[in-house]
Ligand binder design. Sequence first.
Ligand code: GLU
Length: 314
Amino acid sequence: MDTPYVGRFAPSPSGYMHMGNLLAMLLAWLDSRARGGRIVLRMEDLDPVRTSAEYARAIADDLRWLGLDWDEGYPDPDFSQSRRTALYEDAFRTLEAMGLVYPCWCSRAQRLAAASAPHPGEALHDPRCRCARLTDQEKAALLAAGRKPAWKVRVPDETVTVTDGHYGTYTQNLARDGGDFIIRRADGVFAYQLAVSVDDMRMGVTGVVRGRDLLSSAPRQAWLIRTLGGTPPEYCHLPLLTAVDGGEKLSKRLGSLSTQGLRRTGTPQALVGQLAFLAGLLPRPEPVSPPELLPVFDWDRIPKDDIPLDKVFQ
Ligand code: GLU
């Protein structure tokens, strides 16, 4: 028997949702429901400073308002990343026992410099920073001086290929294209890459639908999941919406078109119709409910290039 399809909504409650989040949620819902699958709603509230319970409530409320339902998850605390630390700790220990984890004391500036290839398209000089070569004595001295390290995972010189359901084959050499990456920050908070991999694996997620700004994370996540003994999900990335006022990626920080504003001025059906039109599923932005889109849902209709929002907002 085929494994049942499990999709997910994985919002970060660091602000109100915007059109980009909503489009990702709508397509994740359609993708899962079109296959007769289930959906979990996971709150990615890892960062206690940037996220809040109030935004989590608002996001769940917006999803319900839009008509996007889920089978499991929020408000069950087991589906909030802030409550799943023991699972991340466990994965961290597993990687550590494999000899793959080391402390890193690099500053933010050093990390940024190391992460940028010498010239666009060229490989990194060195997949790991100088911290990977510190002696036990040097490490002990830094720890004794009260310097808290971040923790990195050592990636192999391995080429990982992810077959994206929308963009096709996407390949990265983990060492050359990204290098070692942080799995736990110096303040103790587990990093996104580790948490999302552990969660997708432990929640039995079989399909990930999200914005293509995360496509470049997929090989790292697939590798982490395999290293931890799991099977990576299928990935399907969608184009980003670009702001009305010039090619910038829509983000919460721009404060653009948040659900709070959109809910004041329109109905859920009107908004779903606009999203479906932007995604190429409808010829016109007509009011529609999510289930009414199931018969026309088809990844082949969805553009691959980023979508300018001024198709609906002048
Ligand atoms: N929490 C992330 C966001 O809201 C999405 C992470 C993911 O889908 O892997 O952008």
